[in-house]
Design a protein around this ligand. Structure first.
Ligand code: ITT
Length: 193
């Protein structure tokens, strides 16, 4: 089984991606390679930050790795919170604060369409590849469900009436932005490894 370093500080992402990958690839985390430095996310775009995260670690360690960046893009807010999804309500705020701010901005708004977008950057033998996954849906009027993480309790994917916070992890992974991007990553790796 091949080993691949997943450059992330977010354990929710690790859990989801491990469930999707099954035993095709063995993920190793930053702690296993002794990485403790901050990784900058300063490019201003989802793809740019995804590349920046993977590159930062590859340049230092020179090992095969991938990173991902995800944003929630609300159509009527011109793509907000987008690349700032993690810090929408401020650097030291949490998912609850981020959701509260977004629900406030959407108060009374009829056009609630939105999407999650994930861009994975793989650096394999020094070569970069990008994989994008999009999940369309809309922003709920209020939070529901305890599952998932981040904005999941207020995002209702297309063709469903329940939020990602209410849907099972299995269903979320089948239809989600991250699930779609990881499926492409797996396909690519199967052809390469
Ligand atoms: P990294 O270390 O991988 O950068 P992060 O948590 O900082 O982890 P991002 O920069 O990609 O991740 O920020 C995206 C934010 O969007 C994240 O903090 C969550 O709040 C939210 N998010 C990402 N994926 C999500 C998902 O599948 N469902 C709900 N919210 C999600």
């Amino acid at each position: 089984m091949e080993k691949l370093l997943f450059v992330t500080g977010n354990q929710n992402k690790v859990k989801e991606i491990k469930a999707i990958l099954g035993d095709t690839i063995q993920l190793i985390g930053l702690e296993e390679v002794g990485w403790t430095n901050e990784i900058p996310e300063t490019t201003g775009t989802i793809q740019g930050n995804s590349l920046q995260k993977a590159n930062t670690v590859f340049e230092k360690l020179g090992i095969n790795c991938f990173a991902e960046d995800t944003g929630l893009e609300v159509d009527i807010l011109n793509g907000e919170p987008g690349v700032d999804s993690a810090i929408y309500a401020g650097e030291h705020k949490n998912a609850s604060d981020n959701m509260a701010l977004l629900l406030k901005k959407m108060d009374g708004e009829m056009k609630r369409s939105a999407q999650f977008r994930t861009v994975i950057t793989l650096i394999l033998n020094g070569e970069q590849q990008f994989f994008e996954g999009i999940c369309r849906g809309h922003i709920a009027e209020k939070k529901s469900g305890e599952g998932g993480f981040g904005y999941d309790p207020i995002f209702i994917p297309e063709n469903y009436s329940l939020s990602f916070g209410q849907l099972s992890p299995r269903v979320k992974n089948q239809i989600s932005h991250r699930g779609k991007a990881v499926a492409q990553l797996i396909q690519y790796l199967k052809n390469m490894l």
